[in-house]
Design a protein around this ligand. Structure first.
Ligand code: GLN
Length: 266
């Protein structure tokens, strides 16, 4: 089979290298002889047939611009999920998978409602490197690593099928309070981890690919790849994570767009 990947609003929602998630998916499939087709979906376009749907991060104002067009994709995305599609949302994309996001200026944008989470901006941006132990139910093994930059605080609701993606070792994660990072329900995954998340966390990337394959009736057993480079990158994250959060600057501040994000209103 060919894995059809829908990349939602790549020009609006694509911060901190989030497009690298698409590259990792394509690469790790290609190394196993699995073909992929990537469909970039711009606002106003219909959702193509998709086994995997990706929504990246964005500044508050991009989220305001994206909200209406994304709302029009709600029904087709819901139908795709019911049909077995796997969904990954990063940061703004994660917030969009929830019920709503309220920004610093009071603007509230509705989410898609696929994850029972809600986001409200806090006074301080959470910026820095993150290390989290993945939810043991996922069987991922290695710690999750990444880079976060968000003012949104995301709280997990009471849906019994909703689970945190991970438990923080370092960083602020969902809300800086309950020690959780990200969330998932069934095949819908949300995380605050940029960096981008899938190249840095190949086990998570493979989990998404395996779930797509299983939803299509295949075994989902993937041949191991040589992940020495990815492991070294993850080890570097773990080694420097403390410094980044203590200073609120320095390590991890490699993208000039972060300065825009640091302004009030993000
Ligand atoms: N604008 C959102 C926030 O600051 C999401 C940021 C992001 O996607 N990096 O909470």
């Amino acid at each position: 089979m060919t894995i059809e990947i829908a990349w939602i609003f790549p020009r609006l929602l694509n911060t901190y290298g989030d497009g690298g998630n698409i590259l990792a998916l394509v690469y790790r499939c290609r190394m196993r002889g699995i073909t992929t087709a990537v469909h970039r979906v711009d606002p106003g376009a219909a959702l193509p047939r998709a086994n995997l749907i990706f929504i990246g991060g964005g500044q508050d104002r991009s989220q305001v611009v994206a909200a209406e067009a994304l709302g029009r994709l709600r029904t087709p995305i819901r139908e795709a999920i019911v049909d077995g599609s796997v969904v990954l949302g990063v940061c703004a994309g994660y917030q969009f998978l929830g019920d709503y996001s309220t920004f610093r200026d009071g603007t509230k944008v509705p989410g898609l409602g696929f994850l029972g989470v809600a986001t409200v901006a806090g006074p301080e941006r959470f910026v820095g490197n993150v290390v989290a132990e993945p939810n043991p139910d996922l069987g991922l093994g290695a710690s999750l690593v990444g880079f976060e930059n968000h003012s949104g605080r995301t709280d997990l609701g009471s849906d019994v099928d909703l689970r945190p993606l991970g438990t923080l070792v370092q960083g602020r994660g969902n809300n800086g309070q309950d020690g959780s990072e990200g969330a998932y329900k069934g095949n819908v995954f949300g995380t605050y981890l940029h960096g981008p998340v899938l190249p840095n966390n190949p086990a998570l990337c493979d989990l998404l690919i395996a779930r797509v394959l299983r939803s299509r009736g295949e075994s989902g057993v993937l041949a191991p790849l040589d992940d020495r480079v990815e492991s070294a990158a993850a080890a570097a994250y773990r080694g420097r994570s403390g410094r980044a959060h203590q200073s609120g600057a320095g390590v991890g501040r490699t993208d000039p767009r972060e300065d825009l994000e640091s302004r009030p209103g993000g």
